[in-house]
Design a protein around this ligand. Sequence first.
Ligand code: GLV
Length: 362
Amino acid sequence: MTHTPLQGFPTLADLERVAAERVPDRVWAYIQTGAGEERSLEANRAAFRRWSLRPRVLSDVTSVDLRSRILGREVDAPLFVAPMAYQREVHPEGEEGVARAAEDARVLSIFSTLSSASLEEIARAAPSGPRWFQLYLQPEFARSRELVERAERSGYSALVLTVDVPVLGVRDRQEAGGFAIDASVPTGNGPGVVPPARAPSFRGPTYELPANAAANWGILDDLRSISRLPVILKGILSLEDARRAARHSMEGIVVSNHGGRQLDGAAASLDALPAIAEEVGSTLEVYVDGGVRRASDVLIALALGAKAVGLGRPILWALAVGGGEGVREYLSSLSRDLATAMALTGRRQIAEIDRTLVQRIP
Ligand code: GLV
């Protein structure tokens, strides 16, 4: 049996526990915490527990195929690595390790504007992708444009515009830990990259936010005018916004509460998913992230209409424990877990996962 970095930590609980020992406390606080009282962070996990699976039997599951298509591109599993900032803080291999692992697993990965490695370094590490670029709008559109053009030149095949951060959420535990997003944390994409503001400033009777908070739906036309890449909106939780994204001809949306890190009290991503997928899922691709840990979670999210399911914190735990190799191992064990769960539910292909696979626990 070959040694793998995750050996000895075979369960996800172990992975989280060991990761906690490997990363500095301040980084751990950054990764793990959510906004405010962490109601939305907890809600993401709790939402999965309100659904159970309805297995079908005697379905000849000698061959189980996880392959699916995301925006037309074939991937080996309907999963994606969610965009997460500052990955070299977690492990020296950082985003490049994650990118290589996802490329090897033929799984989509999305990289943040606030990556520790530059988007070009990430692209060189995993040239064949598939890779998407997450954009935080910059105070000046010219700066956003530069990032978009660089991403396009480096072979990123879609733009993921994060729309739930006009300002960062209030992350009490993170601030207490001493590591939080601000301009003092170096990013790989250049000193000119401005992170979202941590708080509004009080100016007389109103609270003022930086220029990126001025964005409205018109920004989508601006993005279209500078890039031919498909645009995905990340951070949609309402039917109204989902419909509007469809009217603006977005290629996809990520139903997400930003890992519970933005608006405390916002709906769990999974709770928002079914109605949105039902309404706009035939017009654009609907993805979801938040609280996904295991194959059963993936099945529930797919059954409720997600085209692909994002992984956040577990990727960082695996990175902390084993670098890129750890992420590779995690993705392969999750895929194996998913193939097992499909066999046990009598599904041979991703296309056979439908609403009848789940029931709401009364
Ligand atoms: C970045 O997007 C974060 O949530 O910390």
